[in-house]
Design a protein around this ligand. Structure first.
Ligand code: KG4
Ligand code: ZN
Length: 363
């Protein structure tokens, strides 16, 4: 058995999960969206306080649910290791999870595994339900695309848990840009899901088929620039698009904004994703990966998934997304799955006293 109790408190979700290898026995996520909504983004001190208030309950609930889902006769339910997100994330939020994980590790004399949150987003694609489905393997070399609120990265994996970052954002992350756009459009937080809904309405209003970039759909809407056009450049940039949106909106009356809201949302989202597809396509051409692995909160977007599926098909590359919805945005199950691979190599924290949060941790 490889039962791992995992914790993630990197941002605004307090999450605990129990995983058995890649099988997810429980994945409890307590969201703080209602707390941060009025600030248009995550307010760190409030996030820390909410994590502290919820962590014990969330961990207990994860254990209780896992016990019910653990139905292997002749085996006793027994946690083998604790896993926790060490970074990247909000320092004072990460601290809460690490403190709890250390305490659990000491109390039950269990080894502790420290995980990079981005590694978790990659491994979310290998998640299975309690029956072991879907079961799939990454074929290497793999190209990983991480699109979240804090990161937009292309990462090459030659084998399990070896990473080479080949492209990253020079300024804002894609999810961050969508969140900032929603703030400019006065749509609340988090921005990604609201913008997705409005963009879907634009599809219907304009009777737009899935657009081909730079063709009819884009002509019918607002124009945004195409950042970092050079074909050899795998970096991303989003702050320019955000500024263009801000200038466009500033010139509009409230009435104009209301009338053009769906169209603006569509065009902005389209510009954000055009960059993802263009850069991923370039990376596929150069590195010829055998699998495309996509993770991070923005991957929840159906339109983005459609575009990525189409790109993968064109290149005859199998593409993986997190197979279950609760594995997409921040969650502890993905940390447990990544930890399983570290546990197999016996990569445990050697000195608990020295384990500290790493807010800017890199892959
Ligand atoms: O991975 P995640 O939960 O947290 C980080 O590690 O950053 O990603 C959160 C981001 C937010 O920016 C949020 O707006 C975005 O994911 N997001 C979406 C959707 N759902 C969440 N973006 C686009 N479409 C969605 N449906
Ligand atoms: Zn995340």
């Amino acid at each position: 058995m490889n039962l791992i109790l995992a914790i993630d408190t990197s941002c605004d979700e307090t999450s605990a999960a129990v995983t058995d290898g890649r099988r997810v026995l429980s994945n409890v996520i307590s969201s703080q969206i209602m707390i941060h909504k009025n600030y248009g983004g995550v307010y760190p001190a409030l996030a820390k306080r909410a994590h502290e208030a919820r962590i014990d309950f969330v961990v207990q609930k994860a254990i209780d649910i896992a016990k019910k889902n653990f139905q292997i006769s002749n085996f006793k339910f027994q946690i083998d290791a604790i896993a926790v997100t060490q970074g990247p994330g909000l320092a004072i939020a990460l601290e809460v999870g690490i403190k709890k994980a250390k305490q659990l590790s000491v109390d039950a004399s269990l080894p502790l595994v420290a995980i990079n949150h981005l590694e978790g987003h990659i491994y979310s694609c290998l998640g299975e339900n309690s029956k072991g489905l879907p079961h799939r393997e990454i074929i290497f070399p793999a190209l990983c695309l991480i699109v979240s609120g804090g990161h937009t990265e292309l990462v090459l994996m030659h084998e399990h848990q070896t990473y080479e970052v080949i492209g990253a954002t020079l300024d804002d992350a894609c999810g961050e840009a969508l969140d900032k756009a929603a703030k400019i459009l006065k749509l609340g937080y988090p921005g990604g899901p609201v913008i997705e809904k409005l963009a879907e309405q634009a599809f219907q209003n304009f009777k737009i088929q899935i657009p081909r970039f730079d063709r009819e759909a884009r002509r019918a809407n607002f124009k945004f620039s195409t950042p970092l056009k050079e074909k050899t450049n795998l970096s991303f940039s989003y702050s320019g698009l955000k500024t263009q949106l801000l200038y466009t909106v500033e010139k509009m009356t409230d009435q104009d904004l209301g009338k053009n809201l769906t169209s603006l949302a569509f065009s902005f989202q389209d510009a954000c994703f055009e960059q993802i597809i263009r850069k991923t396509s370039q990376a596929i051409k150069v590195y010829q990966p055998k699998t495309l692995v996509c993770g991070g909160g923005v991957i929840a977007n159906k339109y983005l998934r459609k575009l990525l599926r189409r790109l993968a098909k064109k290149n005859k590359t199998p593409v993986f997304f997190p197979p279950y919805k609760n594995l997409i945005t921040d969650n502890a199950a993905m940390i447990g799955i990544a930890a399983y691979y570290k546990m197999r190599r016996k990569e445990f924290v050697k000195d608990l006293g020295k384990l500290d949060r790493e807010p800017r941790m890199e892959l």
